[in-house]
Ligand binder design. Structure first.
Ligand code: FUB
Ligand code: ZN
Length: 607
């Protein structure tokens, strides 16, 4: 399948337009300011010396690169000459400081450390992000400086790794360059980039991969060759960046062995290791996947970058196989962990996205210095020492329309629902919808023969009308396929978005006798700030009716549900069951938690 690039789509209004506006008007400027204040832009001048403040860090270049990419995506639709000037200055600084081979890494250039000596030091990771930035900036502006520099740099990497084999390692400790090489290949069609991508993918976890093989290196997916990997292991962002590159390579080279590895890894994630919010990563230690069904809410790691990387992995799988599980996963990320990563005002970010906050436990963190509980922070921040997430979120939201459609000669697949207008390759398609607030989507098509629309996994009842009549469709792997459309057609879909209860499997021990609430794709949570009782001790009536109230602030509904709370009592243990009295709980979308001060929060409520 082919992707309809986000550049061909205009998100016209509704839920996502507001998010894109906030990212374009607030977030991207705020991230710039914070990166400037913290020395990240100045580092590119490579003038830092020991004793100076703001010592360049091994992946600051990648922070800047993701920010550049975000701006490049934004200026496709709205000019930002001020930000473009910043990028041009970055390109000048890089050009000035790159060495004769095109090598550029602001951290390595100012430190006296031999290059390509330490696999964990992110040189290839930074190069990969800079390649992505260069491609995006070139596409947006036609300016070649960054792109030419990165092509020269890649020639050097090719020589060091593929020709001379002179680096101390074969594959990067943090994957990223693999998928970046594919983006550059897509732009240039230069086979050399495919060869490099295969090299980094196929050497991983083999005896060639220097001393980094063995069980201990599940962390960087180096325990066995990637084609033999069947389960998602190790550091989640590394993992999903690798899987994204693997799926890209499998598609382009028609490599079914590689694709099958991706398939079983993907299934392992969504069936055993994914949070209801689309988050991944159950352990702070190693920022990693752990064992199946280990999905603690309070100590969830669920790094923002990890959820985004899962969405990108799923998107690449959709280009190979039309199965709605991929787009369902993307939708989970979009409306939950993806959006919770950024505050409603667009200024601050979560790195870790927990599914519960119990404020009284925070004391445990501070009472004894040496027994840190690793509880996630409870409020978003504008910048982190390790600030990989903020510019990742801005580029993700700025290019969100990338998730809408794929197509081939026969059929256009609609994966996500957003008010939008798209013009591409001889056909047009537009959507009018207030999704996810309403389940109604009106799709207008021109010159599309067959249309396949995703029926979300959460949806139990829907109807489809094509050109005024109840549509004939075939259900195939989660898509309703409507064939032989008229040249100009209007398809109206109605999904039932009545709120519902979600029961987790009891294999997830943390959630036994607990359930979550969802409305359409949006997962809800209860916050202490909106309820005058402990949200953890609330028991929800599983047959509750929900009442809904639209919130301008959230851009969607808040819900109220019925249940019970215990009557206050002094006994720590008793032979008598606690007395319960009726109570109503207010629920807000999970993505909006922690926008109202520090507060308890629960996604899974007891029943
Ligand atoms: O190492 C670069 C980035 O920093 C990773 O992707 C994140 O998990 C964070 O550790
Ligand atoms: Zn991150």
């Amino acid at each position: 399948m082919k992707l309809i690039d986000f550049r061909k789509t205009d998100i016209t209004d509704g839920f996502w337009k507001k998010r894109i506006d906030t990212v374009s008007e607030v977030s991207v400027y705020n991230v710039y300011k914070r990166f400037k204040e913290t020395g990240r832009f100045a580092a590119l001048n490579c003038t830092w010396k020991p004793g100076d403040p703001y010592e360049p860090h091994i992946f600051w270049d990648s922070d800047i690169a993701k920010w550049i990419e975000s701006v490049a995506f934004i200026i496709e639709n709205r000019p930002c000459p001020d930000l473009e000037k910043v990028i041009d200055d970055v390109a000048d600084a890089m050009e000035k400081n790159a060495d004769e081979y095109g090598y550029f890494n602001s951290c390595y250039l100012v430190h006296d450390k031999p290059r390509w000596s330490d696999r964990t030091d992110h040189e290839l990771y930074c190069a990969g992000h800079l390649v992505e930035a260069a491609v995006a900036y070139y596409i947006a502006t036609g300016k070649r400086k960054l792109l030419d520099m990165m092509e020269k740099y890649l020639d050097y990497i090719y020589k060091v790794f593929l020709v001379d084999g002179s680096a101390a390692f074969k594959t990067p400790g943090h994957e990223e360059i693999e998928l970046a090489l594919i983006k550059l290949y897509d732009l240039t069609k230069n086979e050399k980039y495919l060869e490099m991508c295969s090299f980094f993918i196929d050497n991983r976890g083999t005896p060639n991969d220097s001393e980094y093989t063995g069980v201990a290196h599940k962390y960087s997916q180096s325990h066995i060759p990637v084609r033999e990997q069947k389960t998602a292991e190790g550091h989640c962002v590394r993992a999903c960046y690798l899987y994204t590159g693997m799926a890209d390579l499998a598609r382009i080279t028609d490599d079914s062995e590689l694709f099958n590895a991706c398939k079983s890894i993907f299934d392992d994630i969504i069936n055993k290791k994914m949070y209801i919010t689309g988050g991944i990563g159950s352990a702070a230690r190693g920022e990693a996947f752990t064992v199946p069904y280990d999905l603690p809410d309070l100590t969830a790691y669920s790094e923002s970058c990890a959820a985004l990387s899962l969405a990108w992995f799923a998107q690449r799988m959709l280009l190979i196989e039309n199965d709605s599980k991929y787009a369902d996963t993307i939708e989970k990320v979009l409306y939950n962990n993806g959006l919770s990563s950024v505050s409603l005002d667009g200024k601050s970010f979560f790195y870790v996205n927990p599914l519960a906050i119990r404020t009284h436990l925070l004391e445990r963190n501070t009472s004894q210095v040496n027994t840190h509980e690793n509880l996630p922070i409870t409020q978003r921040k504008e910048v982190f020492d390790c600030s990989c997430c903020p510019p990742n979120i801005t580029r993700f939201i700025a290019s969100v329309a990338d998730f809408l459609y794929t197509y081939d000669d026969d059929t256009v697949y609609v994966h996500q629902y957003m008010s939008s207008e798209t013009k591409t390759d001889g056909f047009t398609i537009s959507q009018k919808t207030d999704y996810p607030n309403s389940g109604r989507i009106e799709i207008s098509t021109n010159n599309i023969k067959n249309l396949a629309v995703r029926i979300p996994a959460w949806c139990e009842s829907f109807c489809i009308v094509a050109n005024g009549e109840s549509a004939d469709f075939e259900l195939e792997k989660g898509y309703a396929k409507i064939s032989n459309l008229e040249e100009n057609s209007i398809i109206t879909i109605d999904f039932d978005v009545t709120p519902f209860i979600v029961y987790p499997t009891s294999k997830i021990k943390d959630y036994i006798s607990r359930a979550a609430v969802q409305r359409g794709p949006v997962v809800y949570c209860a916050e202490g700030a909106n309820n005058d009782f402990s949200v953890m001790s609330f028991r929800i009536d599983t047959d509750t009716e929900f009442s809904e109230e639209y919130s301008e602030l959230y851009g969607t509904y808040t819900l109220t549900a019925n249940g019970r709370i215990p009557v206050e009592n002094e006994q720590l243990y008793s032979r008598k069951k606690e007395e319960m009295i009726p109570a109503k709980i207010k629920l807000i979308p999970y993505f909006a938690f922690a926008n109202n001060g520090e507060s308890d929060m629960e996604v899974f409520l007891h029943y």
